[in-house]
Design a protein. Sequence first.
Length: 137
Amino acid sequence: MSDVYGLIEAALVTKLSANTNLTNLVSTRFYEDFAPAKTPVPFVRFAFISGGDDNLAPRRGMDVLVQVECYGATRAQARDGAGYIDEALLNAELTVSGWSNWRTLGEQRVVLTEMYEGQQVYRRGARYRISADKNSS
């Protein structure tokens, strides 16, 4: 499979950054896997959890689970960010070059509190299932 994960990452950032409320909260701080050291909160982090080719039909398809969450200095900040993420992604059609996205669903909510860069932060978000079929050549 070509780097479909890179294509999905680009589609996610495009969709998330198009949400004005979210960009007002986090600016351009969208990161895959980890935020760089000393990144101020709030920010959005996403990570591929599982999935790939589903091999269910002759036409190539994929089903990917991505965790997308807002890190906030307060519960309210993280909750607001998670709400904006949901506005941007729930049932959204992602533009993934060479693929037809037919479903983006929020499945499991993420509610965590942890230490980040020496301060307590709140993480709120969800795991989103992204399903797509490969376009015919």
